[in-house]
Ligand binder design. Structure first.
Ligand code: COA
Length: 160
């Protein structure tokens, strides 16, 4: 996680901070509230025993927004453009649509992140608006697009 998320070729696409430590990531992963009482999900992509990517689903806590979750993902620079992000997104969508009772996935993405925009559009996310001056990135304030994907075929209740 430290080498992928802290890589200066990966970090600019994220809202992570530089100078993260292994100890901080270990604590963060150990404290992730995963388990049967939440739709929270944290997964990694492995190749040859090495972690080459990760993704998270973070459900919203408000009772009226429990159908919604934020998502994020990152792929190691050397593994990008080889379908890893697509595979991570397939797992997220399977989790949301078929298991975790999520109907809305939402995310933010910087407008210059062509690879992420292509992946999200391909997977059914649509642009909903733009946060102006959303975050400071390497000394420059940058906008972020908000995108969301609604469950295309929500599971029906069985007929009585
Ligand atoms: C965004 C990211 C997760 C995509 O992962 P990836 O493994 O490279 O994605 P894939 O190889 O599955 O490619 C996904 C699609 O994007 C397209 N794509 C890849 N790079 C592209 C680029 N520079 N410009 C346009 N499209 C691009 C691919 O062609 C593919 O579409 P296709 O299947 O129709 O050909 C990865 O680039 C990454 O981790 N970037 C740094 C961190 C980041 O920005 N995370 C997202 C934060 S919102």
């Amino acid at each position: 996680m430290v080498s992928i998320m802290g890589d200066l070729d990966v970090l600019p696409g994220l809202l992570q901070l530089p100078y993260a430590t292994e100890a901080a990531w270990k604590k963060r992963i150990e404290e992730m509230p995963v388990g049967p009482t939440t739709a929270e999900l944290f997964i990694v992509a492995e190749r040859g025993g090495d972690v080459v990517g990760n993704a998270g689903v973070h459900p919203l806590q408000h009772v009226r927004r429990r159908h919604a979750a934020g998502i994020g993902m990152a792929v190691a620079k050397h593994a990008q453009g080889q379908g890893v992000g697509t595979a991570l997104m397939a797992a997220i969508i399977d989790w949301a649509d078929n298991w975790a009772q999520l109907l809305r996935l939402e995310l933010t993405v910087y407008p210059d992140n062509d690879a992420a925009l292509a992946l999200y559009r391909k997977c059914g996310f649509v642009h909903e608006g733009t946060h102006r001056a959303f975050a400071l990135r390497n000394g420059v304030y940058i906008d972020a697009h908000c995108m969301a994907r609604l469950h295309p075929n929500p599971p029906p209740l069985p007929q009585a």
